[in-house]
Design a protein around this ligand. Sequence first.
Ligand code: HEC
Ligand code: HEC
Ligand code: HEC
Ligand code: HEC
Length: 245
Amino acid sequence: MKSLNLLTLTMVAGALLAFTARAGIVGSPHDFHTQSWNTDPSDPATVCGTCHVPHHADSTVVPLWGHQTTSSAFRMYNTNNVPVSSMQAAVAASPNGPSLACLSCHDGTVAINTYGGVGYYTTHGPASFITNSANLGTDLTHSHPISVTYNSALVGTGVGQDEWLWNPDTTYVLQPDSGLFIPGNNMTINGFLLNGSHTVECTSCHDVHNQEGTPYDINNNPKLVKIVGTQAGVGSLLCRSCHNK
Ligand code: HEC
Ligand code: HEC
Ligand code: HEC
Ligand code: HEC
């Protein structure tokens, strides 16, 4: 009985360790629980409610989306203004759901605290906008292409193909040699970076839930980038996971 208890205790301790390693939203840049406007009676100091609602959700954006969605007309990458682009991939005419979700605060046009779900969006307290460099604006030619199809058909030497990309279905991402890194269930490019969707979105490079990859750390990973660190002393593991450069 005693040894069984000890075993149970070890298992519990192991499980606790596994969970504490997963940092989550709390303490990350998307933790708004201390904001003065965050006082909804059903969930005061909400952690999830600024982005998700259990009812009245706009699930055409992402699962149970509850934040007011931006209605900006975006200038997409390569439609204008990128004279020497060698892009082969198709860029969507406007941002796909997961990117639209991020841009609903990060294009600077919608208040951080305007949420509540379809038909019930309200601005909680005085409207608060992103005004520093985290405001990416609506001209996406200033940013890495998003809402771009990236499947195995894009990779190769034929017409309309890019020979300097790795095959997203068969290539595994580069992982750092040391430091805390939390792998996902599927570490191919499509599994880990493209979230199984074969498209590049904001969520390909960032993990807003701060669960997988490199955890948020104000000194070592202030931008919630999924893969940070070095392999055999060489960095840019994120870029080099997709680009054979
Ligand atoms: C800053 C906005 C934001 C906050 C805060 C947020 N989420 Fe999300 N959530 C998203 C976005 C964007 C997606 C879709 C893309 C993705 O999975 O990253 C998503 C997807 C999800 C999904 C479905 C897909 C998946 O990744 O499992 C679940 C479940 C989820 N969120 C739960 C939560 C919970 C629970 C909380 C609070 C602890 C939370 N989220 C807080 C933005 C947010
Ligand atoms: C999840 C995969 C992925 C990651 C990570 C990634 N890229 Fe890309 N990138 C792509 C795809 C797909 C394209 C489109 C390629 C094409 O159509 O030929 C692209 C295009 C580009 C282009 C070419 C744009 C043009 O107009 O020709 C540059 C430059 C680029 N990426 C740089 C980077 C850098 C720098 C990083 C790291 C900060 C990075 N990429 C991370 C997938 C990725
Ligand atoms: C509810 C509004 C909201 C949504 C939705 C949201 N963010 Fe943020 N995000 C913020 C705010 C506010 C900050 C803090 C900005 C500051 O003052 O530095 C932030 C910070 C960040 C930072 C760190 C910026 C820095 O300079 O330190 C990154 C990276 C980021 N967000 C990415 C994303 C991505 C990717 C998504 C979509 C999956 C997303 N955010 C969705 C509001 C949001
Ligand atoms: C190809 C990978 C990639 C994609 C796609 C991507 N990001 Fe980033 N993003 C990064 C990296 C890497 C950094 C950190 C750059 C640095 O620290 O110099 C960053 C930085 C940021 C920052 C901080 C900028 C600043 O100057 O404060 C924000 C905010 C952000 N990203 C949001 C987004 C949003 C929103 C999207 C989708 C519209 C997006 N990212 C798409 C790789 C990406």
